[in-house]
Design a protein around this ligand. Structure first.
Ligand code: MN
Length: 149
């Protein structure tokens, strides 16, 4: 895990996004950023291993149990990105407006390379979720029904 791809995609003279460094802090925060780029999507990020593991979710993180959403894994982001909101200028990677849609903490219940289970505690999002890797960059983000273990 590193920030090489994140940095290669961005010109930090032009974008207000953080350059960032690998963090040695251990945390368990999450954020969902509403990103009005060329296509509206929601960026879902989990603080793991000194970075933000990140997925772009075109239809947003599900609020209702049983709902499945496509989540496309994107490059790891620096921890500081968890607080980022602002305007990425025209011509820059991800040009558009980023707003924090929800944030909070999570508890990791199961961690395998292709399978994550966690419980979110945010303002809008709460409950048990699963992320399942399907193919290439594609994952499914599912809100579990309560009591389904
Ligand atoms: Mn995005």
């Amino acid at each position: 895990m590193n920030l090489k791809e994140y940095r290669q995609k961005r010109d930090f003279e032009e974008t207000p996004e953080p350059g960032g460094e690998l963090s040695s802090t251990v945390g368990s925060r999450f954020v969902v950023q509403r990103h009005q780029a060329r296509h509206l999507h929601y960026d879902f990020r989990l603080e793991m291993g000194g970075l933000l593991k990140s997925w772009a979710v075109p239809k947003g993180v599900p609020l209702e149990p049983g709902v499945k959403r496509l989540a496309i894994q994107v490059e790891d982001h620096p921890i500081e990105y968890i607080d980022f909101a602002g305007v990425i200028p025209e011509g820059q990677y991800g040009a558009g407006t980023v707003e924090i849609w929800d944030k909070g903490s999570f508890r990791l219940n199961r961690e395998e390379p292709d399978h994550l289970e966690f419980t979110l505690s945010g303002e809008k999002l709460s409950g048990d979720y699963v992320l399942i890797h399907t193919d290439s960059k594609n994952w499914l983000l599912i809100k579990r029904k309560p009591g389904t273990g």
